[in-house]
Design a protein. Sequence first.
Length: 733
Amino acid sequence: MANLPLKFIASVFSVRKVGLALTALLVILYILGNPLLDVLELKTYDMRLLAHPAAPGPTHVAIAAIDEKSLSVLGRWPWSRATMGKLVERLDQAGAGVIVFDVFFSETENRQLLDQLARLEAEQGYSAATSPYQAIKKSLAGDTSFSRAIKQSGKVVLPMVFLMSPDEARHQSPDEAARGYSSIENHAIQLIKDRGDGSLAFPMAQPHGVVVNLPELSASARYIGHINAIPDNDGTVRWTALVIRYKGLYFPSADVQAARLFLNAPHLTLHTSAYGITGLSLGERRIATDEDGRTLIHYHGPAKTFPTYSIADIMAGKIDAGLLKGKIVLIGATALGLGDTHVTPFSSVYPGVEIRANTIQNILDADFILRPGWMFVMDVAVMLGLGLGLVLLLPRTGVRNSALVVLGLVVFYIGLAVVEFRTQQIWMNLVYPSLLMLLLFMAATIIKYFTSENEKRQIKGAFKQYVPAAVVDQIMGNIDNLSLGGEKRELTVLFSDIRGFTTLSETLAPEDVVKMLNTYLTRMTDTVFRHDGLLDKYIGDAIMAIYGAPLAHPAHAKLACYTALDMMKELHALKEQWGAQAYADMDIGIGITTGPMIVGNMGSMNRFDYTVIGDAVNLGSRIEGLNKIYGTHILISEPTYKMVKDEFPYIREIDVTPIRGRLEMARIYELMLPELYPHMDWLAEFHRAYELFRANLHPQARKVFQALANDVRDPVSTHYIQRCVAPRRRMGD
């Protein structure tokens, strides 16, 4: 049951399936927009901007600040229109190239007092010509002098604000909206170059009203432009709207109008296509925008980056005229108490007039950050390319290489985005592609982990039936060293068989045979495992075990020999346990050989076993059968003998014999159990008799063999007594 979740994950999920799903998900999120990821991308943009503000250069913009000093000297805001008119005159005298107001004058100055005087005139029957209040009215109506100063200057740009939501416009009557529209209508862009169908029907935000200055002031201004700020979802001002569409006409911003006047560009040209605005030209100077007529402000730095002069000092003549001559002078509030501040990448309290200063300078320098419409398509293409590429690559690489590849791609992509920002001033999306790469790597790693765990469980479940738990753990810890394909290696194989099992099983009840065999095989298998052997298979009552696989072991021959000796000891313990039962006198034979073998998964595509094949394997099986002829228990081949002769003191050569199925003669040895003999001092006599036999001195050899058979009951000596008087038969015949 514990394997079911892993099997389910391995079968249902794959690196490629999950990778494709993640790629599709991120692309969809990017297209639809995700608040969290979008805000995170905005923050990465801010970091790039902070690290690379606009390059310093000639500054054509200065700020006449309504600051704390001015409020202290000139009184609280708003100041009289007469004061504002004098300010315009002072700036004209200083040679300012353009004067731009960032403050509104939407109501008549001293309106309540003038209304009261008008009522008095009406009640007393005075006309405008006969009214005794004319001098008072003239002193209160500073709008006229202000309007006159604006008119005489001829280089003043006044602001307007579009009401972009119904809530903002709910207090404005239709008549007020109509009067406002009529006062700005002639300031709309007249020349439009359209590459679409000419209908200009592309979608664009539609204002619900407009706030303008007093008609007499608006009529005196050279140009009027909007000063709408465009905060992003996080409240930060990064964009500026160079153009806003209202009632079918396209109105430029006050910043555009200021730059237009400064550049002496009599005409503005709006460039459009079927999908939206593409740019705006001031004479020969073209500025690219997005479909909504917006562009990104390339801030020059924190507040007070631009030259800022207190209006109090300007009015008092304390500012050198050369500092203002020929410049665009913005009149706006920097005093925090006036509330004209915004959040920007550089500060959470950034004067609105300084945002305008940055925008005007960007227009003059053609130095905006670019985020053209085709970047959206490019971002999607990049994500699809990265996603499909990694989906194909990650399943074929290990976790370490995958990590290096993904890390390299992320670093390269971030580096490319930074370089493009610094050199081409293009904003490439960082968050979505980078997140996609990281998610693909994490998903691939997690799936590989679960798949690997499932494979390990399967391998462990399979091998624990054949090798001891310690060896299984070692396999799991060195899984890369485990080759499950066929390979040629030098190994040792052990065969054991119960003598006369067929006859024995015929005399017992089936359930007794099963009980006896299960007990026997359990004890023998434990012995194999105890010496790090691999149980290859059971062949009826026979056991086949491999040493040196699946993990290599330099002492595989010694391990097999120790197994054989312990198997004999286990058999002796079993026989004592069985007592007088019919199978208590059973015996076994063991054959061991070492040599080159093919080891690996053998079988069909649907069913296979981990086993060994080869001539050495066949030799081991044949040697095990020779125990019946010599009366021995453990026989080993010559290659095994050469590897273990220094480990075991009681090994004797007992024959050089032909083997069925082989052309070469095989030299075989007995691994002896000293417990079966009263002592082992007689081995030297056996070796002498064996040499006499090999020298064809059979009578002399027979005498020694006979003595050994009588004294120590050596079964091999008994075998050779017969060989000394009878012709030799080919083994297996």
